[in-house]
Design a protein around this ligand. Structure first.
Ligand code: 8Y4
Length: 278
C-alpha cells in the first residue's frame, strides 16, 4: 500500500516511524518563540538521525484538559519549524485541526495533515482538499477537555471503525483521493484503559481497511495504568506497544522514542527475513 502525500509516495509495506516534535513555548527563555523553534528543529534533526521516516510537528497540546491555542500562536510556533525542517528533505506532518494552519503548513513544505479531529472543524476539510497533502483521520470521543468522561460504547471497535469509514467517505466527497487518506483509532482519546487495549488487540482488523493505519500510544497514560510507571519511565512499554501494533499491521507508529523503536523493528524485520529459510 502507498500513501500519497504532497507528491511523495510513502511505501507502507514495511512499518514507518513517525517521530514526535512538540513546539511549545519555553517560559524560561526571553528569546520567546525563536528559542522554542530552534529547540524543536534540533530535536527533529536528532530524530531523523535516529531513523525517523516522518516527523510530526505539533504546536497545540491535545492532552486532557489542555487550553486551546489561538491560531496566530499556533502558526508562529509551527510554521518556522516546518520551513527549517523542510530543507532536510524529510517527510513532514503537521498536527493541527485549523484551516489556516493547514493552508500555511502546505505552503511551508509540509506533506501530511495529522488531525486528531478528523477534519471536522469548520473549514478544515475544504482547506485540506485545496492542497495535495496526505491526511491522517483520527477517532476521538468528545473534546480534549471532556473526552475522558465520554467512554460509553456498545462496542468500541465497531463504533470507531464506522466513524473512521464515514469520515473517509466525507473526505473523499470533498475531493480528497482515497490514496491520500490514512486512519487512526485514537488510542487514549476518549477510551478507558480496557477499551484502548481492545483497539490495540484489534489492530489487524483496522489494518485490513483499504487505507494505511497509524497508531500512537507512545508514553500514554494507559501504558502507565498497566505498568505503574510515570511518563518518562514508559519507554519499554511504548516500544512494546509500537511493536505489537506494527506486527498486527499498522503502517505507521507515532513515537517519542525513535531510536529504541527502530532497534525493535530491526530485530523483528531481521527475524522475519530469515523465516522459512533452510
Ligand atoms: C505523554 C506524552 C502522555 C504524550 C500523553 C501524550 C495521537 C496524535 C497525539 C495519536 C495521531 C499524546 C497528536 C497525545 N496522539 N495523532 N496526537 N494519533 N494521529 N499524549 O494517537 O501524545 S497527542
Amino acid at each position: 500500500m502507498k500513501w500519497l502525500c504532497a507528491g511523495r509516495k510513502l511505501n507502507c509495506e514495511t512499518p514507518l516511524i513517525m517521530g514526535i516534535v512538540n513546539v511549545t513555548p519555553d517560559s524560561f527563555s526571553d528569546g520567546g518563540e525563536h528559542y522554542s523553534c530552534d529547540k524543536a528543529v534540533e530535536h527533529g534533526l536528532k530524530l531523523l538521525e535516529q531513523g525517523a521516516d516522518i516527523l510530526d510537528i505539533g504546536g497545540e497540546s491535545t492532552r486532557p484538559g489542555a487550553p486551546e491555542v489561538p491560531v496566530e500562536e499556533e502558526l508562529a510556533r509551527v510554521i518556522p519549524v516546518v520551513e527549517q525542517l523542510s530543507e532536510t528533505g524529510a517527510i513532514l506532518s503537521v498536527d493541527t485541526s485549523k484551516p489556516q494552519v493547514i493552508l500555511c503548513a502546505a505552503q511551508a513544505g509540509a506533506h501530511i495533515i495529522n488531525d486528531v479531529r478528523a477534519l471536522q472543524w469548520p473549514g478544515a476539510l475544504d482547506a485540506a482538499a485545496s492542497t495535495n497533502l496526505g491526511v491522517c483521520l483520527m477517532h476521538m470521543r468528545g473534546t480534549p477537555k471532556n473526552m475522558q468522561s465520554q467512554t460509553q460504547y456498545a462496542d468500541v471497535v465497531e463504533e470507531v471503525e464506522s466513524f473512521l469509514l464515514s469520515r473517509a467517505q466525507a473526505v473523499q466527497r470533498a475531493g480528497i483521493r482515497s490514496e491520500r487518506i490514512c486512519l487512526d483509532y485514537g488510542f487514549g482519546f476518549g477510551k478507558t484503559v480496557e477499551q484502548n487495549f481492545q483497539l490495540l488487540a484489534n489492530t489487524d482488523r483496522f489494518a485490513q481497511l483499504p487505507y494505511p493505519l497509524l497508531v500512537g500510544l507512545s508514553r500514554k497514560s494507559s501504558l502507565g495504568a498497566v505498568t505503574g510507571r510515570s511518563v518518562h519511565e514508559r519507554v519499554v512499554a511504548s516500544v512494546t506497544g509500537a511493536l505489537i501494533a506494527a506486527q498486527r499491521g499498522a503502517s505507521i507508529v507515532r513515537v517519542h522514542d525513535v531510536a529504541a523503536t527502530r532497534d525493535a523493528f530491526k530485530i523483528w524485520l531481521m527475524t522475519a527475513s530469515q523465516t522459512h529459510k533452510e
